[in-house]
Design a protein around this ligand. Sequence first.
Ligand code: IPE
Ligand code: IPE
Ligand code: MG
Ligand code: MG
Length: 376
Amino acid sequence: MNTSHRTHQCSTQPIRRATFSRHPSFNADQCWQRAQQRLSAVEDLLRQYTVAPGLIGRAAAYQINTGGKRWRPLFLLAVGEALNGAHDPFIKLAAATELLHNASLVHDDLQDHDKMRRGMETVWHRFGSETAINLGDFLISSTYWALSQIEAPGDRLSSLVSHFAQATHQVIAGQSLEIEASRRFGIHLEDYRRIARTKSGVLMALPVVSAMLLVKAPRELREHARQAMLSLGTAYQIKDDLDDLFGRKAGRPAGVDLREGRISLPNLLFHSETDRDERQAFEAFIGSPEPPAPSELRYWIERLQQSAVIARCWAEFDAEVATAARHINSLPELLGSVLDNGKQMLLEAALSEKTGTQAEVSTNGAVFDVPQPARP
Ligand code: IPE
Ligand code: IPE
Ligand code: MG
Ligand code: MG
């Protein structure tokens, strides 16, 4: 594996020049600075659109206050600066994307039985499963409420609403495909890519594509931006799968995907690349509906951590990042630079925050300095 995974450098490839931007006096760094400055207006809207009496209001306020990195509104606001539209609609659109993202997280944690997110207790664990279901639904409806408040010509608003509805369907379909594939190995790499693109990539693409829809950017450009963000979101999901295996998520144990029988990328590749005997043992472990014994879970976590599939996951990660870069290079100068900066920041944050130990990071795909675990 290339050590650049831990220190991804800014792309040196030139962005194709074109004249889409109507705000040539700004550069990409300034677009991101301005996005950061406008984020507090989005935070205000997140609170406004989630006010409600009683339990649901308390749960909503709790979830919004858990924070998160706010990548989706930041991407939207930075792209909005590059597109030079009026600010107010972009801020509402940014709030809508973050509300939908939070809805997906609240339901996801319930489905994954995760007790912690963003270093804090998850909604279902703190308020109960019934409230987590209600809050996810409530946040989806808040998303569409925020959208309905955008002042834009009727045809643009209807294409935005339709785009959000399609994105919502896709995320649910992605989660559903993942659940359907759980505890059995009926899917291939291509299916994994489709699941990662829909459950995670779509919500990364939504802010950028919806900002472009708002200003009626040409379809061809929207498509390049969409593909770039789908690939970036997929790379992000692959890193998330690795973080799960290595226990690098705040407050969460290692191996939740193994415990839950999810066909994450390491699980899928390990199953397809190991020998027949081990494959059968792994299938029996993943397929069991009973909670695994801690020693058995520990065994498989270490076995996968030390296997060659980690390098294969990084190769998939690199391929997705390269696809994203290719599409970004087809975008006009300022918009392309804004997405390129965003890509670098997102990857640098994801890779530096959770850097693995040397034992996890090999230069040739084989992991060294780690003793083989004993079978329980
Ligand atoms: C988490 O996304 C869900 C995945 C796509 C893996 P983020 O890492 O952007 O979540 P927050 O909003 O910053 O917590
Ligand atoms: C992330 O799901 C995508 C959605 C929430 C829709 P995961 O289950 O893979 O990610 P984390 O690790 O819980 O954020
Ligand atoms: Mg999860
Ligand atoms: Mg999940």
